[in-house]
Design a protein around this ligand. Structure first.
Ligand SMILES: *Cc1c(COP(=O)(O)O)cnc(C)c1O
Length: 457
């Protein structure tokens, strides 16, 4: 058998030229977004007030399997793609596992994560529509950074509402965004109606993603030439992120490798959805079988303890309703949660796949996540993002299981980014200041109580 190199790269001409839309192969399609006022599916027209036209088409299209990637986006991708698919020989050796471990590393661009794959696509369609700029929210800061890189490249204005706690804890992230020309506002702010309302109700709040989304949407819909863009959760984002899975599959196919288990961390679901899409497509079409595992923090357990229901996507309840696994739009993870992935909901596509038993989910506690992160850094050299380290944790657990059973499973996981801007969290971990908070049923009930009455469809 052919020796597999440490890194499998694709040549430029082997890079995907199309994105893959897994919805085309789903028998049970993800439920449509609903207008909260009428409880009817959002129309193309209604969505176009918030999102770019072309992106609305992608959002609503659950039939077209492949979308051509425009040449300008392909050219941008070439600056940092293909991303390496690494055979984790060092990790396998250290773990003394018969498992074969691969990871797809998306952290080798300045934004430090996979988010750039969708940021450039969304910025491109905004530019094509002749818009002046885009607005968005950012939590940990990776999405805002990615978007500001993309808008700088295309010459668009970029307005970022950054969750206040991150704005204060991650000043360097903020400055990277400003270096790329974005304006960054801590959220909740007094710039928007909804921000003022939230501040009045919860003075001193450290903010949340759901709240920053409300602000960004309000700004976009009340200013000419602006649209709102979102870095995760939406169908269009999973579509763009399919480039991760398509590249991984192309690289593995070169060596005839077929993964048994595919693992990814899950915040809003974009990297996981992108990584698994082409493999899930094969499973849905009955061509192959894989185990898919979504990994989420025990402190924000949308899949493992959430409800599958129509819910608001934001705190201010200005966005359409999405059917998804959710903890309720008012859910805010405990303050000692440091490890990212703090969104209350989950991609509708992944929610449906999970609901249909096509994917599994596990939750992990943050100290064990940082243990895995440190172990990985010391073995494979890469300093992983806390978010990515959830996937590392689960991959280690599977590899250790193989050591115990002697099974030679092939494990593929998504290493979504680097953790250079997360050293405060690492510091807490090293100083023994990190704790695990798992919400009680009582805590969760509060969030569930805010889930609206379900439509009768
Ligand atoms: C944003 C982010 C995630 C989580 O988002 P998903 O949409 O669930 O992929 C994971 N890892 C990194 C590094 C991120 O920046």
């Amino acid at each position: 058998m052919q020796e597999i190199p440490y890194k499998i790269y694709l040549n430029e001409d082997e890079m995907p030229k199309q994105w893959y839309n897994v919805r085309a192969d789903m028998k049970n399609k993800p439920a449509p977004l609903l207008n909260p006022a009428t409880m009817q599916p959002m129309t193309e027209n209604e969505l176009s007030a918030v999102f770019c036209k072309e992106l609305v088409k992608q959002e609503l299209d659950d039939k077209t399997a492949y979308f051509d990637i425009p040449q300008e986006i392909l050219d941008f991708y070439k600056m940092y793609r293909p991303s390496p698919l690494v055979r984790a020989y060092c990790l396998e050796k250290k773990l003394q596992t018969p498992a074969k471990i691969y990871y797809k590393f998306e952290g080798n661009n300045t934004s430090g994560s996979h988010k750039l794959n969708s940021a450039i696509a969304q910025a491109y369609y905004a530019k094509m529509q002749g818009l002046r700029g885009v607005t968005t929210e950012t939590g940990a800061g990776q999405w805002g950074t990615a978007l500001s890189m993309a808008t700088a490249y295309l010459g668009l204005d970029c307005k970022v509402y950054m969750v206040k706690v991150s704005y204060e804890q991650k000043p360097f992230r903020r400055e990277v965004m400003r270096t790329y020309g974005a304006s960054v506002t801590p959220s909740p702010s007094t710039q928007t109606e909804v921000g003022r309302r939230i501040l009045q109700k919860h003075p001193g709040t450290s903010g949340s993603l759901g709240c920053a989304i409300s602000e960004a949407v309000e700004y976009a819909t009340t200013h000419d030439g602006y649209r709102y863009v979102l870095g995760s959760v939406l169908n269009q984002v999973l579509l763009h992120q399919s480039v991760i899975g398509l590249e991984s599959k192309a690289a593995l196919d070169k060596y005839g490798v077929k993964p048994d288990i595919i693992i990814g961390c899950a915040g809003g679901g974009s990297n996981l959805g992108g990584l698994i899409s082409p493999f899930m497509g094969e499973k849905l079409r009955g061509e192959a079988d894989y185990r898919f595992i979504a990994v989420e923090p025990a402190s924000c357990p949308s899949f493992t303890r959430g409800r599958f229901a129509y819910d608001f996507c934001d705190t201010g309840m200005v966005c359409p309703l999405a059917k998804m696994y959710t903890l309720g739009s008012s859910f805010i993870p405990s303050a000692n949660h440091a490890g990212g992935l703090r969104y209350h909901g989950m991609s509708s596509i992944l929610s449906q796949l999970y609901h249909d038993g096509l994917m599994e989910a596990v939750s992990v506690e943050q100290t064990s996540v940082f243990e895995a992160a440190e172990y990985f850094a010391r073995t494979e050299g890469i300093l992983p993002a806390p978010e990515s380290s959830h996937a590392i944790r689960a991959a280690l657990d599977q590899a250790i299981k193989c050591r115990e059973t002697g099974e030679e499973k092939t494990i593929l996981f998504g290493l979504t980014g680097t953790g250079y801007f997360d050293m405060l969290a690492y510091e807490k971990f090293h100083d023994g200041q990190m704790s695990d908070y798992i919400p009680t049923d009582e805590d969760l009930k509060h969030g569930f109580d805010g889930i609206p009455a379900q439509p009768e469809i």
